[in-house]
Ligand binder design. Structure first.
Ligand SMILES: Cc1cc2nc3c(=O)[nH]c(=O)nc-3n(C[C@H](O)[C@H](O)[C@H](O)COP(=O)(O)OP(=O)(O)OC[C@H]3O[C@@H](n4cnc5c(N)ncnc54)[C@H](O)[C@@H]3O)c2cc1C
Length: 448
């Protein structure tokens, strides 16, 4: 049933726990390298149609994610069912709308895709491989780190299932059962930090003609300082809106509960969205208000037996739209390390962690920073001017000046390197500006 480990030889197979985005892509990636893969997923088959309430319905996939998908031949298939978002559409309280292109080039876009469709595409590709087996309705309840055996409860009949000794990849998300086993180890570092904000998913259905009722190729933002709503387009003409707001306090989930309160709140803060949202109060009642968490841990592996990937290793808040992209990037990174050290997985896993950990940490910080930027600053004139200035500098200086957002969303420059490069650029700009001011002062003094 599961992966077998032959001592002093390369392992023949892997047990992957979690068939979400990262786990499914990893299964394909390893399958293509000839390994036997058993992928275990707690939920039922995503093709059955049921979508978990409380998980984002759609997400933005950018260059990094696309490159990882391209590596397994799936990029075009995913992009066929994506809506390109080429900029932010900012909605003011008075109904004014301002468009800010994301990139310098019109073809630079992030892509709104359905989480379920993406997952189904990956699962189908995995299942099509003769050496990959997918087991739905298997909830991991423990891992023996010394032997690499994983234990599951089978949802269909409640049966306990245990894999043979092997190698386990934990891609079971932010509240990973695989990581939970590692958390009991001596000197395992772990931190989780919740935002004061949660999120509520709402929707804008298609217009009577079946088309999008607001600009299709944009990510819409209603920034309101301490909270904000965003809307991502779907291919069926609808938008999925997400209201990010505090759990408690003014303008929060605790303060706005009844249908009347919801209507009054929306009329006051998102008046232009209200006519577009006929199911507002119903969506509000039906959808949960999940929390947002950042998780960091170290090490990401236990000897040559267990390794973590995606949110299980590094969950980030969603404001840079990069969590899934980062999980996707983990897959070719882990594959490359396995190729580099196929017979000593301890070395391969340590190298994978060395390559990825600091970038995941950098993304965690970027994601929190972008929350503040999206909700507090995107509506301000200064922000607009700053973005225009960044683009102008890029036009003038070419690759010598790349805006941080472009490096993160439109390149595969590793996250921490992008942050460092942005700092260097800003230092140089600061120095150049200081030199110009100094020169002006000298010229003025000379002329006086
Ligand atoms: C509101 C919101 C919006 C987001 N938007 C974006 C975005 O626009 N762009 C982006 O790149 N990222 C986005 N993300 C982040 C993205 O969803 C995650 O980073 C990504 O899903 C991580 O993939 P993963 O495979 O590591 O984890 P998951 O996708 O969470 O998959 C984990 C899988 O493991 C399964 N599982 C869990 N426990 C067990 C168990 N005990 N046994 C067996 N299986 C188990 C789960 O059912 C699930 O299928 C968003 C997240 C949120 C919350």
């Amino acid at each position: 049933m599961s992966s077998q480990r032959r001592s002093s030889e390369a392992p023949r197979g892997f047990t992957i726990v979690g068939g979400g985005l990262g786990g499914a892509l990893m299964a394909i990636t390893l399958g293509r390298d000839g390994y036997d893969v058993d992928l275990y997923e707690r939920r039922g088959d995503p093709r059955s149609g049921k979508v978990d309430a409380g998980r984002s319905i759609n997400l933005a996939i950018s260059v990094r994610g696309i490159e990882a998908l391209r590596g397994v031949g799936l990029a075009e298939e995913v992009l066929k069912r994506a809506v390109a978002m080429r900029g932010r559409m900012i909605h003011g309280v008075s109904g004014d709308v301002v468009y800010q292109p994301y990139g310098v080039h019109p073809d630079q876009a992030i892509n709104s895709v359905s989480r379920k469709d993406l997952n189904v595409t990956l699962i189908e590709a995995a299942r099509a491989m003769p050496n990959v087996r997918v087991h739905f309705d298997h909830k991991c309840v423990g891992v023996d780190l010394e032997t690499g055996r994983a234990r599951f409860h089978r949802g269909t009949d409640g049966e306990s299932v245990e894999t043979a000794p092997g190698v386990v990849i934990g891609s079971d998300g932010a509240f990973s059962a695989v990581r939970a086993a590692m958390q009991r180890l001596d000197r395992f570092d772990y931190s989780q930090s919740y935002l004061a904000h949660g999120y509520k998913e709402l929707s804008i259905p298609p217009g009577a003609d079946g088309r999008h009722r607001i600009e299709r190729n944009a990510l819409h933002i209603w920034p309101r300082k301490s909270f904000m709503m965003i809307a991502l387009p779907n291919i069926d003409g609808s938008f999925t809106c997400t209201l990010f707001w505090a759990h408690e306090g003014e303008n929060s989930a605790a303060a706005v509960r009844t249908d009347d309160e919801v209507r009054r709140f929306f009329d006051r803060v998102f008046p232009d969205a209200v006519p577009l949202m006929p199911t507002l109060t119903e969506d509000f009642r039906n959808n949960p208000n999940p929390s947002l968490v950042t998780i960091r841990c170290r090490p990401w592996h236990y000897r040559d037996k267990v390794v973590l990937l995606g949110d299980a290793a590094h969950a980030v808040v969603p404001f840079y739209g990069q969590g899934a992209n980062c999980a996707f990037e983990d897959c070719p990174a882990l594959r490359d390390c396995l190729r580099g050290s196929p017979k000593d997985l301890g070395v391969a896993f340590a190298e994978y962690e060395r390559r990825r950990k600091r970038h995941a940490d950098a993304l965690a910080d970027l994601a929190i920073g972008n929350f503040l930027e999206m909700r507090d600053k995107t509506g301000s004139r200064v922000f607009l001017m700053k973005k225009k200035g960044e683009k102008l500098l890029h036009r003038l200086l070419g690759d010598a000046y790349l805006p941080l957002y472009s490096m993160v969303s439109f390149s595969t420059i590793a996250y921490a390197d992008a942050v460092e490069r942005a700092r260097r650029q800003n230092r140089r700009l600061g120095a150049a500006a200081a030199a110009v001011v100094l020169l002006l002062i000298v010229l003025l003094l000379a002329a006086a």
